[in-house]
Design a protein around this ligand. Structure first.
Ligand code: ATR
Length: 273
């Protein structure tokens, strides 16, 4: 008997929590499937995908640094993947074609909702203008914030990104110094600063009293941004572990047609920290 195979592909990949999450989902929903880690050489993404398909692979999650290459190999993409310009979920169809989706943004919005946070009618600030931010902008704008400001060290990247998404809502790009004198109800850190133990150069009063802070990164300990947010009166300072679980649930649904309950996996992951 064949078991449907799935994997997360990236480089590095050893520490990915995706196998843990998807194995939980499969058990919970009674799906016969395997989910593993796939380390692809930096110049060998396409070959690794081809080999995995040949061996019976049905779908892949794609992580750093291959989301753009994954986008390029698709025959068809979801509208949100087109807008993100990147693909984190591949589905290998029976007719041999490859379908690409991007579940990162909906993962973020679902995790915010899980924590009772709705960006609608709020002033929202997102930090960074790289691939991680681009990937979540469309689903975030679809929640209809009052305004969405993108701040980046290199302001021109933020301004360009804001232009790209301008017809989806009130969105504006700038540098960090422009934030002086402005306060936001929700600040999302989409920079890679946390990975290096750094903090983006935020002005003192940029978080409204009782505002919410969300770091798309996560680790064993609080990130510098979460720490900053707590010290500046945040009502909640969340990290991106819940986003990881929610984007996984969305990918699982695309592959298997079933929506897993994310709460038990969240609890297990939190207990392991
Ligand atoms: P990713 O795919 O994770 O988004 P990326 O495309 O390399 O990675 O983008 C990294 C983002 O983090 C950029 O917006 C970068 O700012 P610049 O475009 O100005 O370089 C931002 N970033 C990285 N380290 C940072 C730091 N210490 N403070 C503020 N922003 C930082």
């Amino acid at each position: 008997m064949y078991i449907d195979r799935y994997a997360v592909i990236g480089n590095p990949i050893a520490h990915s929590k995706s196998p843990f999450i998807h194995t939980h989902f499969a058990e919970q929903t009674g799906q016969a499937m395997e989910y593993e880690r796939l380390l692809a050489p930096l110049d060998g993404f396409f070959d690794a995908v081809t080999a995995f398909r040949r061996e019976g692979g049905r779908g892949l999650n794609v992580t750093v640094p291959f989301k753009l290459e994954a986008y390029a190999i698709c025959d068809e993409r979801s509208p949100r993947a087109e807008l993100a310009g990147a693909v984190n979920t591949l589905l290998f169809r029976n007719d041999g074609s490859i379908y690409g989706d991007n579940t990162d943004g909906v993962g973020l919005v679902s995790d915010l909702a899980f924590h009772g946070v709705t960006p609608r009618d709020r002033r929202v600030l997102i930090l960074g203008a790289g691939g991680a931010v681009r990937g979540v902008l469309a689903p975030l704008l679809q929640t209809q914030p009052m305004e969405l400001v993108i701040a980046n060290r290199s302001p021109e990247k933020a301004i360009e990104l804001a232009h790209t998404f301008a017809d989806m809502g009130l969105v504006h790009g700038c540098g960090y110094e422009t934030l002086n004198g402005h306060a936001f109800d929700l600040i999302i850190n989409g920079t890679s600063a946390s990975l290096g133990g750094e903090l983006p150069p935020l002005p003192e009063d940029v978080l409204s009293p009782g505002g919410i802070a969300y770091d798309m990164a996560y680790g064993k300990d609080e990130t510098p941004f979460q720490h900053w947010a707590r010290a500046h009166g945040a009502a909640q300072a969340l990290d991106g572990l819940g986003m990881l679980v929610e984007q996984a649930a969305e990918s699982f649904q695309l592959w298997r047609g079933l929506r897993p309950d994310t709460r038990p996996v969240r609890e297990s992951l939190n207990a392991l920290r």
